[in-house]
Design a protein around this ligand. Structure first.
Ligand SMILES: NC(=O)c1ccc[n+]([C@@H]2O[C@H](COP(=O)([O-])OP(=O)(O)OC[C@H]3O[C@@H](n4cnc5c(N)ncnc54)[C@H](O)[C@@H]3O)[C@@H](O)[C@H]2O)c1
Length: 352
């Protein structure tokens, strides 16, 4: 296998750190992780690989054009995997400006830095360069019918400031491919879950609240349907697309695990009851709260293209992945306690 240098943006985040761990643990490639370390960035998620001589961390903002240009020149990447983003829908409703800045402006800055660097490449290195943009199925809006699936041809209809900013960035990436010939790839994935997930997101929030005996807040009637994918399956899919995908193509990635939010929370309660038994069922902690404005009802992904063309299939079912996730939170209390009390942010000073 030809060893490549991967430039990963957002590699200290939930999915980015899974990609970095997968590349270092299971391939021979070299990784440069560029991350601003916002509240969502946590270098402690990379503790298992930080000693590798194939791994380098650079704290930088993707909106900083000079810094991006300098880093492209310094590391001469073969592949860019762009995951840096503001990613939490509720935060985008409270404060959309940061989402426009990082997700839209930041992507444009990164595309320009990549284009300028790629223009200076020659021969095989220029032909083999790839810019892989990582996006979400939320750009498609929501599905009405119970049998419909998002395909790569589904028109964009984003509902939240988050999904609108991701949709904008997807359009920019495709325009840079069409206009300048930059060799890009786009992936749109369903909801991820798994180890190292920031505890503001549904699954880790519910696990940690349940363990603390706190209420389990479910939006509306809890019947919103999401298609769940174990984060390590997503990381493997992303590396496959970045290394084997066809230039200019889009690949939808999903786990064929459509579940109503309430059913997810109930399953978590039952798993906890088995692993950490208590007298009253954890289900009694479930409370229904006012629904999120503009909340999409149903997402479901048709992942047949990546399965047929690249031979990727998820290794985990929802049941095995959820069990692994709960078990991970049970034995990694130090990681999540340091997120909850904010001490994980002390890492910033150390890395500057
Ligand atoms: N989480 C999901 O379920 C999901 C599903 C599909 C697609 N995605 C996409 O995958 C990507 C990663 O998602 P995630 O859940 O890991 O997000 P995350 O919020 O956990 O991580 C984002 C990372 O980006 C970094 N970052 C933010 N702004 C930055 C900036 N201006 N410059 C440099 N770094 C910056 C943060 O510090 C953090 O480490 C995002 O683009 C997201 O839209 C996420």
């Amino acid at each position: 296998m030809h060893v490549k240098t991967f430039l990963i943006t957002g590699g200290a985040g939930f999915i980015g750190s899974a990609v970095v761990r997968e590349l270092i643990h299971n391939t021979k490639h070299t990784v440069v992780n560029i991350d601003k370390l916002t509240y969502a960035g946590n270098l402690e998620s990379l503790a298992s690989i930080e000693g590798s001589d194939r791994y380098t961390f650079e704290q930088a903002d993707i909106c900083d054009a000079q810094a991006m240009q300098r880093l492209f020149e310094k590391y001469q990447p073969d592949v860019v995997m762009h995951l840096a983003a503001e990613s939490h829908v509720d935060r985008s409703i409270d404060g959309p400006a940061e989402f426009i800045q990082t997700n839209v402006v930041g992507t444009a800055v990164l595309l320009e830095a990549a284009r300028s660097y790629w223009n200076g490449l020659e021969g095989e290195r220029r032909a083999a360069f790839r810019f892989h943009h990582i996006s979400t199925d939320e750009v498609y809006g929501d599905l009405e019918g119970t049998d419909d699936l998002f395909t790569e041809q589904t028109p964009y209809a984003p509902s939240s400031p988050y999904s609108a900013s991701k949709a904008s960035s997807d359009h920019l990436v495709r325009a840079w491919q069409r206009t300048y010939g930059l060799p890009t790839l786009v992936t749109n994935c369903s909801n991820n879950y798994g180890p190292y997930h920031f505890p503001e997101k549904l699954i880790p929030l519910m696990i940690l609240n349940a363990l603390a005996g706190k209420p389990l807040p479910v939006y509306g009637d809890g019947q919103q349907i999401r298609d769940w994918l174990f984060v390590e399956d997503h990381a493997r899919a992303l590396i496959k697309v970045a290394t084997e995908g066809s230039v200019g193509e889009t690949y939808n990635i999903g786990g064929h695990n459509e579940k109503a939010n309430l059913a997810v929370v109930e399953t978590l309660c039952d798993l906890l009851q088995e692993l950490v038994p208590q007298e009253t069922s954890y289900r009694e902690l479930i409370t229904f709260v006012t629904d999120r404005p503009g909340h999409d009802v149903r997402y479901a992904i048709d992942a047949s293209k990546i399965e047929h063309e690249l031979g990727w299939v998820p290794q985990e079912t929802f049941e095995t992945g959820l069990r692994k996730t709960v078990q991970w939170y049970l034995v990694n209390e130090t990681w999540w306690k340091r997120v909850q009390d904010g001490s994980y942010q002390g890492q910033r000073l150390g890395s500057l």
